[in-house]
Design a protein around this ligand. Structure first.
Ligand code: GLN
Length: 268
């Protein structure tokens, strides 16, 4: 009896698209493409990385799309272009994986605020909506409890997620979405949870090259494409020590007495 292949044929490379890094790449989001590419190459899996700048056509046949963080104005432009193109919509309909960071998550939801606080229509690919609230901007370390991705094949454990955040909007997950984890340090979505997942579209407030600090999240996204059995173990010892250090730093910072900027300037 022939068993069905659990991984894609090795002939075709995994295609990763970085969408609009010229509009949404404020926080070093390009690092996520690098992390995903390396983790595939280290496993002997070919990868093709494509960068699509504003005004360029959005391919609809890639495996994984990255949408980064950015300022309020470019968010509106990116939404307009993606809405016109419909390339990302078709890709998601075809089962593509998406990782959307902060502004990226906000524009993939149903609604998000522009620079004036006016609510704009998002792409509707993530079941959530983002509001401007009467609270300070969320800026600093972000640390979660043990994160999980519930998939039809079972639960994928991601460990605590660690990163930084810098956003004014707060995001309300909808009934068709799951969150990634609860917050230990920081704000995340703003309701004590972090991240929004609808199908294979994953949004997070972990900024910039979040996957560098969260390799299990990187591998979960890749596993959706190449199959879990192709996600062979890698030597992540260096990343583990970085994670331990950053998780401790986030906890220490949370416990430290708050100093105002006036205090800090007076003492420097
Ligand atoms: N402009 C959005 C906000 O402030 C997103 C910011 C970001 O991507 N860091 O909420």
């Amino acid at each position: 009896m022939t068993s069905l292949p659990t991984t894609r044929p090795t002939v075709s490379a995994v295609r990763i698209v970085s969408l609009y890094p010229d509009l949404l790449g404020t926080y070093g989001d390009g690092g996520n493409a690098l992390v995903l590419s390396r983790r595939l190459e280290w496993r002997g899996i070919a990868v093709e990385h494509i960068t699509v700048d504003a005004g360029e056509p959005v391919p609809d046949s890639a495996d994984l799309y990255l949408v980064g963080g950015g300022e309020d104005g470019p968010q509106v432009q990116a939404t307009r272009e993606l809405e016109q193109s419909q390339g990302l919509h078709r890709a998601v309909d075809n089962g593509a994986v998406v990782l959307a960071i902060c502004a990226g998550m906000q524009i993939l939801g149903h609604r998000f605020p522009d620079a004036n606080g006016t609510s704009r229509t998002g792409l509707g690919l993530l079941d959530c909506e983002t509001l401007r609230v009467d609270r300070p901007r969320a800026v600093g370390e972000l640390l979660t409890t043990r994160a999980q991705l519930a998939t039809p094949e079972g639960i994928i454990e991601l460990g605590p997620l660690t990163g930084f955040e810098n956003h004014a909007g707060r995001t309300i997950p909808g009934s068709r979405s799951q969150t990634l984890a609860s917050i230990e340090v920081g704000e995340g979505n703003g309701d004590g949870t972090e991240g929004v997942v609808t199908g294979k579209v994953v949004g997070t407030y972990l900024h910039g090259p979040a996957l560098a600090r969260n390799p299990l999240l990187a591998d979960a996204l890749l596993g959706w494409i190449v199959g879990a059995s192709a996600i062979t173990p890698l030597d992540d010892a260096d990343i583990e020590s970085l994670r331990t250090e950053r998780i401790q730093a986030a906890r220490d910072h949370e416990l430290a007495p708050r100093r105002s900027w006036r205090d800090i300037l007076r003492r420097s």
